[in-house]
Ligand binder design. Structure first.
Ligand code: ADP
Ligand code: MG
Length: 249
């Protein structure tokens, strides 16, 4: 056994949609491995297949061909119930819009994913509290959405995703609604979570955002490729572009 083990193992994933009898292939033989402890960015322009891939990684959709193992379990061919179970057990989602419930406090929002787990109210509260502390919001637990800044709202959403201790944090354009300084703060926090061991997959169209991950892959027209850095490491060539072409669309 090697030091690292795979949390995500995709081999030759194909996804197509049928439109008016025509088969439109959106993901072409995508293969991807994400190990426990990785912080991977998937970067690509609009329409390249990011959301389609994210839906498959997140067990919201299944591929037409190929194999996807999440934490050792093959996802293809599973029942909807089993997919839901995998999703709830294995993945914490973060989206561009934070999707907080406005009438609930930060703490109550973070308790939501714990409600169906048979935990006592006391245990739920303790876990939600701990998650909010991890994102530096221990002092804001009683605040509601309208009493929090955009960056704080996104941090609550991250805490909510972390409350169940999911092996994978899956983020779709998590900084998309934030100004760039606040976005970078949120990314800094994700880096910190990763340093503490959290596996993260971050999906973005923004190169500058992707550079904050420890590894990135690019997707174009449904084809995934590793980026090689000039020093030979597999990474984004971003630091050399001087901030121009920040967006790859
Ligand atoms: P991205 O998130 O990178 O913008 P998407 O994964 O949303 O890209 O879309 C990739 C391609 O698949 C696009 O051409 C889009 O029009 C198409 N597509 C996405 N979802 C569907 C669907 N449900 N039915 C048909 N085509 C779709
Ligand atoms: Mg998308």
């Amino acid at each position: 056994m090697t030091g690292q083990s795979a949390l995500i193992e995709m081999n030759d994933i194909v996804k197509y949609y049928k439109m008016a009898g025509e088969k439109m292939t959106v993901l072409h033989n995508v293969s991807l491995t994400v190990n426990h402890g990785d912080f991977l960015a998937i970067v690509g322009p609009s329409g390249s297949g990011k959301s389609t891939l994210m839906n498959i990684i997140g067990c919201l959709d299944v591929p037409n061909e190929g194999s996807y193992k999440l934490d050792g379990m093959e996802i293809r061919g599973q029942s909807d119930n089993r997919l839901t179970e995998m999703r709830n057990k294995k993945i914490g989602f973060i989206f561009q819009g934070y999707h907080l419930l406005p009438r609930l406090t930060a703490l109550e929002n973070c308790e939501l994913p714990l409600i169906y787990r048979g935990l006592s109210a006391k245990e739920r509260r303790a876990r939600a509290m701990e998650a909010l502390e991890r994102v530096g919001l221990g002092e804001r637990v009683g605040h509601r959405q309208n009493e929090l800044s955009g960056g704080q709202q996104q941090r609550v959403a991250i805490a909510r995703a972390l409350a169940t201790n999911p092996p994978l944090l899956l983020a779709d354009e998590p900084t998309g609604a934030l100004d760039s300084k606040t976005g970078m703060e949120v990314l800094g926090m994700m880096e910190e979570l990763n340093r503490a061991g959290q596996t993260i997959v971050l999906i973005t169209h923004d190169m500058e955002v992707a550079q904050r991950a420890s590894r990135s892959v690019i997707i174009r027209d449904g084809v995934l490729s590793e980026q090689k850095r000039r020093d030979g490491h597999e990474d984004y060539a971003g630091p050399h572009n001087g901030g121009q072409e920040r967006l790859i669309e």
